[in-house]
Design a protein around this ligand. Structure first.
Ligand SMILES: C[S@@+](CC[C@H](N)C(=O)[O-])C[C@H]1O[C@@H](n2cnc3c(N)ncnc32)[C@H](O)[C@@H]1O
Length: 229
């Protein structure tokens, strides 16, 4: 297991599971190299899409359904994605190809490496949707949402930028609210229960969400990066 400056990769359990279908395998060879990000160097976002009106990042995009739906809905936006699970990346490539998307760039690894390569205040929106819940207490330390990650999210978001977090595990919702609200940079923008109980109008359902594996109906927590902190 590779060692990273931010600690070993523990938030995800597998890099490759099922055999990858042949069309998807060939997209890994052909399409992926044309849209892959290299976080070993600082990333120049302007060079990736000079006319982008905004830059968004989805962390742990799984099969890429949400990422592709957002990129198709907003062709003016540069949409970045990070996902270490290769079957997920292959599936995302299929969606990218099917919709002929040209505004997507992918990192096939740990999102924390990508965050480290992004300039301060460079993202308009961040999505973390249905991250691995690690429901057992002894596994909570493997959860993606940790103070270091929250600090990294605060650094890369523009003032006024938004972070959307969704889960269907009650304990992970509480865990995340507690950790993000502890960061002075973030404000939870919900005014009423429906703001977190009802999927936002621009949400696209994800594959994991559809499985309904959690212990509550999904909650959608939207945070704003404060302009002052
Ligand atoms: C439960 S799945 C949900 C996938 C997708 N968001 C959905 O809702 O269908 C969580 C995903 O997060 C990915 N993940 C876990 N740790 C990650 C990390 N450090 N960086 C990027 N992705 C990560 C996993 O590989 C997995 O595909």
């Amino acid at each position: 297991m590779p060692q990273h400056p931010h600690g070993p990769l523990r938030s995800f359990g597998r890099i490759k599971a099922r055999p990858i279908k042949s069309r998807q395998a060939s997209l890994l060879e052909t399409l992926l190299p044309t849209i892959a990000l290299d976080p070993s160097q600082p990333i120049d976002l302007l060079a990736l899409k000079p006319d982008a009106t905004e830059v968004w990042l989805e962390i742990g995009f799984g099969g890429g359904e949400h990422l592709a739906a957002q990129a198709e809905r907003r062709p003016d936006v540069l949409v970045l994605g990070a996902e270490p699970f290769l079957n997920g990346v292959a599936s995302a490539l299929r969606h990218i190809e099917a919709a002929a998307l040209t505004n997507v760039r992918l990192h096939t690894g740990d999102a924390r490496d990508l965050l480290a390569a992004l300039p301060d205040a460079s993202l308009d929106r961040l999505f973390i949707l249905f991250p691995d819940p690690w429901p057992k207490q002894r596994h909570h330390k493997r959860r993606l949402i940790q103070p270091d990650l929250v600090a990294g999210l605060a650094r890369v978001l523009k003032p006024g930028g938004r972070l959307r977090f969704a889960t269907d595990w009650a304990n992970y919702a509480d865990w995340t609210l507690e950790r993000i609200m502890r960061a002075p940079e973030f404000v939870w923008i919900a005014q009423q229960a429906d703001d977190w109980r009802v999927a936002p109008a621009d949400h696209a359902p994800t594959r994991y969400e559809a499985k309904k594996l959690g212990d509550i109906a999904p909650v959608y927590l939207e945070f704003e990066r404060s302009p002052t902190a």
